[in-house]
Design a protein around this ligand. Structure first.
Ligand code: PEP
Ligand code: MG
Length: 591
């Protein structure tokens, strides 16, 4: 990727190169680079004698043992840092190492074909990888990455090369490709950030970095060729920008931004228990979007009022099978108890599409395919185990259920009736349970067009602006080529938001917004002006949003919303919102 000069309005000097990747975990880091290049190991293709083949088999079995030992160590560190869900990832890799079919096949081929173990392993793994690599789907690519990681680990151990787990303290690690194991091990050296040439926003390494609060930029092509170890780097995990050896003025600007952000966060965290409200005293509620239960302790410290979106599909972390009902029950129960009396909104598995997926069916257009509620309705085992787990975990009564990808009232009715059946069955066997409220994600234009009916039949709705923008504008949310068309301020989005919020309020249906738009300071006054009071966002954004809320007046925000609704272009809407922001929000708040 060619460098792009910074925009003049960033105030940076124009002679500095800014590289753009995908910001997959927020935060600013300024530190020296550590270029992590994995050794390419050459294998000999000379045939072995029968005697050497036996020695090779023993070496292969010993390498498997060493690999397992390494993975057990990584699994332990992971459990300590991130909990069991992530460590299951390594459990799955250990299972593959012990796969008797693989072991038998490799040992047989070494003996019969007299080939070296690394060569046979390369060939065997290649068969699986070919299938995965031909896929454009995230899940297959993720599985392929896991397989490459295991293959490389076995081969490295066959060559008796040591695992590189130690790096100098306080660096930014740059690599073509990092595995979850690399990330976990390197974080022990107080890594400041990561940059990889591959990977996507939903890849395991991105999820892990978000949970650990470490900035990461993924998909930064050819970056390893641009940077050397000890070059000074700036990483902005929100914008996906990386700068190499920036001048002192640029460093100062990023330092200021980072310090100001920390200062503001610290200030608002001190006010965490103070109510979130507008200047005129209208209460606002900020809840957190989370991917894992391990994030819960940190949400209190930013003043979140519970979890407004738990993306439960992350429990499918190893992508191979749905989580067991008992495991889910324990997981949800622990979360609900920790959050009580605040709510825990569990979105039923939104698998499929661009998300982690369970099915191996390849679809030509996954985002318009078998996803979310469609899978839940078609595969009752998945739906039933999740509903039962939620009911059994809801002792305290603070769990609510959110349905993903709703496009019709029939879909809602089917889940409502399944839930009712499970409640009745549990009651029949003497297990009384609190029935959770049911809400619908509003993220498909079809749902907006029937919002009056939907808001009469559910307890609450939550607006998913990420998918609503994708499906309204026909712009793939993960396709870089069309990212400039992914415009949440398009009049078509703005007008739908107004319709959704006002209809829900009219029908007495609770409404919140859990898409990324909720974190955008520009959008906040418009949304408040439409009548929205509940926002579910990434926890780290709550301090700023709370502070911004205190500068808003509801009457002025309502007038702003009316004006925005009258505009016919996104440019006019954004310009108007910026102008409003300049008038109402002190500049230092937004730095
Ligand atoms: C959304 O679509 O806006 C949303 C919150 O859900 P997700 O990003 O998980 O699809
Ligand atoms: Mg969505």
């Amino acid at each position: 990727m060619e460098p792009i000069l910074p925009q003049s309005d960033t105030g940076t000097k124009k002679n500095k190169a800014v590289f753009h990747g995908i910001g997959a975990s927020k935060g600013i880091a300024i530190a020296p680079a550590f270029l992590f290049i994995k050794n390419i190991i050459e294998h000999s293709s000379a045939p072995l004698s029968a005697e050497k083949a036996e020695i090779e088999v023993d070496k292969f079995l010993a390498a498997l043992q060493r690999s397992e030992k390494e993975l057990r160590k990584i699994e332990k560190v992971t459990t300590k840092k991130l909990g069991k869900v992530y460590s299951d990832l390594f459990q799955a890799q250990i299972m593959l190492l012990n796969d008797s079919v693989l072991i038998e096949c490799v040992t047989k081929r070494i003996r019969q074909e007299l080939k070296s173990a690394p060569l046979v392993i390369e060939e065997e793994f290649e068969k699986y990888l070919e299938h995965f690599n031909n896929s454009t789907e995230q899940m297959f690519q993720e599985r392929a990455q896991d397989l490459i990681d295991i293959k490389n680990r076995i081969i490295r151990n066959l060559h008796n090369q040591k695992l590189q787990s130690k790096i100098p303290e306080g660096m930014i690690v740059v690599s073509t490709c990092l595995s979850p194991a690399d990330i976990i091990l390197f974080t022990r050296a107080n890594v400041k950030a990561f940059i990889t040439e591959t990977g996507g926003i939903t890849s395991h390494i991105s999820l892990i970095c978000r949970s650990l609060n470490i900035p990461i930029i993924v998909g930064l092509s050819n970056f390893t060729q641009k940077v050397k170890t000890n070059d000074l780097l700036i990483v902005d995990g929100s914008s996906g920008e990386a700068l190499i050896n920036p001048d002192s003025e640029t460093i100062r600007q990023y330092q200021n931004r980072s310090e100001e952000k920390s200062r503001l966060e610290a200030q608002t965290c001190r006010l965490a228990d103070a109510p979130a409200q507008t200047k005129c005293g209208q209460p606002l509620h900020f809840c957190s979007n989370i991917d894992f239960k391990e994030e819960i302790p940190s949400i209190r410290s930013v003043g979140a009022r519970g979890v407004g979106l738990f993306r439960s599909e992350n429990l499918f972390i190893d992508n191979t099978k749905p989580p067991q009902e008992e495991d889910q029950t324990a997981y949800y129960k622990e979360m609900a108890e920790e959050l009580f009396p605040d709510p825990l909104v569990i979105r039923l598995f939104d698998i499929g599409g661009d998300k982690l997926i369970y099915s191996t069916i390849r679809e030509p257009n996954p985002n318009l395919g078998w996803r979310g509620i469609r899978i839940l309705i078609d595969v009752p085992e998945i739906l039933d185990s999740q509903l039962l787990a939620i009911l059994k975990a809801n002792d305290k009564g603070n769990i609510q259920i959110l349905l993903p990808m709703i496009s019709s009232i029939e879909e809602i009715m089917q889940i409502q009736s399944s839930l009712k059946r499970h409640v009745d069955n549990l009651n029949t066997i003497g297990l009384s349970c609190c029935e959770p409220d049911i809400g619908a994600m509003i993220e498909i234009p079809a749902a907006v067009l029937i919002i009056d009916e939907i808001t009469r039949m559910v307890d609450f709705i939550s607006i998913g602006t990420n998918d609503l923008t994708q499906y309204t504008l026909a712009v793939d949310r993960n396709n870089e080529i069309v990212q400039d068309l992914f415009d949440k301020f398009h009049p078509a989005i703005i007008r739908q938001l107004h319709t959704i919020i006002t209809t829900a309020n009219k029908n007495g249906c609770r409404v919140s917004l859990c898409g990324d738009m909720g974190s955008d300071p520009l959008a906040l006054p418009f949304l408040v002006g439409c009548g929205l009071r509940v926002f579910s966002v990434v926890s780290a954004d709550i301090p700023l949003l709370k502070t911004l809320g205190r500068h808003l007046d509801v009457k002025e925000s309502e007038a702003l919303a009316r004006e925005c609704l009258s505009f016919d272009s996104s440019e006019k809407i954004k310009a108007h919102l910026k102008e409003f922001q300049m008038r109402h929000v002190p500049q230092n708040v937004l730095m």
